[in-house]
Ligand binder design. Structure first.
Ligand SMILES: NC(=O)c1ccc[n+]([C@@H]2O[C@H](COP(=O)([O-])OP(=O)(O)OC[C@H]3O[C@@H](n4cnc5c(N)ncnc54)[C@H](OP(=O)(O)O)[C@@H]3O)[C@@H](O)[C@H]2O)c1
Length: 159
């Protein structure tokens, strides 16, 4: 997830994440291709002009989405979806937002690691990484400057 210095991921649910640095986009592309898949909520998927290529787009929605190449529509309990993905051969899963889906997975303690790129921006208002009341500890796994103004931080979630 890309976040602003004040912890926002978007100004609103329709805000396409094109405000991030080229290096953030490279991290995102590399990470999601390494995983071979990315899970996201429908609002996030809707912000993209087209499905992300060369990796499975696992899109959570209660509506039946149109058949699109590279897209798997899923719904319901995240544990059930993770089982389905495991049966497809995925050993690990990447969650790519937005706030709604992140919150659901954290409520269920299904997030092991968090990868953030912190971008030199302030939105002041908008969507946060999560939107419930949590008190969860993190351990720093990695901290790396990715350009003159942005850094990547990776945390382990300690439940
Ligand atoms: N900065 C970043 O790195 C980053 C990354 C990702 C997203 N974002 C931003 O986040 C914003 C979207 O976040 P959001 O919180 O509004 O929405 P979201 O989490 O992307 O999507 C929420 C939608 O997902 C579906 N959903 C969630 N849980 C489900 C479940 N268990 N079963 C079936 N469907 C489920 C529902 O869609 P239905 O209504 O279709 O049922 C729900 O309305 C966008 O602005 C996007 O650009 C930013």
């Amino acid at each position: 997830m890309a976040i602003t210095a004040d912890g926002k991921i978007a100004k609103n649910k329709d805000h396409f994440a094109n405000w991030t640095s080229k290096e953030d986009k490279q991290v995102f592309i590399q990470t999601s291709k390494d995983f071979g898949m990315i899970m996201m909520g429908y609002n996030t998927f809707k912000t993209f002009p087209a499905p992300l290529k060369n990796r499975l787009n696992v899109v959570f929605s209660e509506k039946a989405g149109e058949e699109l190449e590279g897209v798997k529509w899923v719904s319901g309990e995240p544990e059930k979806v993770l089982n389905e993905l495991e049966n497809l051969g995925f050993k690990k899963a990447l969650l790519g937002g937005g706030t709604g889906l992140n919150t659901l997975f954290l409520q269920k303690k299904l997030i092991n690691e968090i990868i953030l790129t912190v971008e030199p921006k302030i939105f002041g208002s908008g969507l946060s990484l999560f939107n419930d009341d949590f008190d969860i500890n993190l351990e720093l796994l990695e901290l790396k400057k990715i350009n003159n103004n942005s850094y990547l931080v990776r945390y382990k979630v300690v439940y």
